[in-house]
Design a protein around this ligand. Structure first.
Ligand code: SF4
Ligand code: F3S
Length: 106
């Protein structure tokens, strides 16, 4: 499965959702997640993210391992998203900032 990591938080560009053949993205207020049971590992979304926030599960950086469980947990709660929308207003400013996990809104 593929996993969305920290750099999506407060950016949420949503380019990823347009290419997913199985529509397995779920949307929260300032972050997206992938449903691990629905993702078919096609890898199409990974290069689409301007923030480079998407990883194959086995390539998630050591300091973002908790995002694997977080994607699984939040995908069960949040609504599905299949169409691209505008990024969050300060997306460019937040792109690449560290320590965004504490800013995650549920
Ligand atoms: Fe969707 Fe493919 Fe990305 Fe999985 S890897 S979330 S199936 S686009
Ligand atoms: Fe997030 Fe990148 Fe998609 S910032 S919404 S994972 S395009």
């Amino acid at each position: 499965t593929f996993v969305i990591g920290e750099n999506c938080i407060k950016c949420k560009y949503t380019d990823c959702v347009e290419v997913c053949p199985v529509d397995c993205f779920y949307e929260g207020p300032n972050f997206l997640v992938i449903h691990p049971d629905e993702c078919i590992d096609c890898a199409l979304c990974e290069p689409e993210c301007p923030a480079n926030a998407i990883f194959s599960e086995d390539e998630v950086p050591d300091d973002q391992q908790e995002y694997i469980e977080l994607n699984a947990e939040l995908a069960e709660i949040w609504p599905n998203i299949t169409e691209k929308k505008d990024p969050l207003p300060d997306a460019e400013e937040w792109d690449g900032k560290k320590g965004k996990l504490e800013l995650l809104e549920r």
